[in-house]
Design a protein around this ligand. Structure first.
Ligand SMILES: [Zn+2]
Length: 156
């Protein structure tokens, strides 16, 4: 018998005993393996199988951190409820200034220009500009190094 750490598609972790690795596959195919938390039969072996003592509360493993484009959002205003807000804003504006100092403002041509630079169709240089969330995601998927600018107070 083999003990496997399992995880359903909702991220609930649990354990199961199986005859063999093939036994797991067969049972899974037949839908016999069910998440004890939500009843999902969309279950797979968890990457990590920590030896945890059985308790009433089943351990829920943390989702694997995946680099994705979630952090690229346009116009998201963060509310900071403290007196440090002003100082932080100034620092961000400074950082933005620093990042755009030697860069060309290409406006809404950003995605196009970033691609040209990435694929070597034009001289490499620092640029900044505006792009949509979808475009930013596409650029990241294509391997273009882009970075969201910190919010800046006034526009230069
Ligand atoms: Zn579940």
């Amino acid at each position: 018998m083999i003990k496997y750490g399992l995880e359903c598609d909702k991220g609930h972790g649990f354990e199961g005993w199986f005859q063999s690795s093939a036994g797991f596959d067969t049972q899974k195919k037949r839908g016999f393996i069910e998440c004890p938390v939500c009843g999902s039969i969309n279950v797979d072996r968890a990457i990590m199988a920590p030896a945890v003592a059985r308790t009433d509360k089943l351990p829920v493993p943390a989702r694997t951190a995946r680099p994705d484009a979630e952090w690229v959002s346009s116009g998201t205003d963060v509310t900071i409820l403290s007196s440090e807000e002003r100082e932080l804003r100034e620092k961000l504006a400074e950082l933005r200034k620093e990042m755009t100092k030697d860069a060309d403002d290409v406006g809404d041509e950003f995605a196009e220009e970033a691609r040209r630079i990435h694929f070597g169709e034009t001289k490499p240089r620092q640029i900044y500009g505006q792009t949509s969330f979808e475009e930013a995601r596409e650029l990241i998927e294509e391997g273009v190094d882009i970075f969201p600018l910190p919010p800046g107070g006034e526009h230069n």
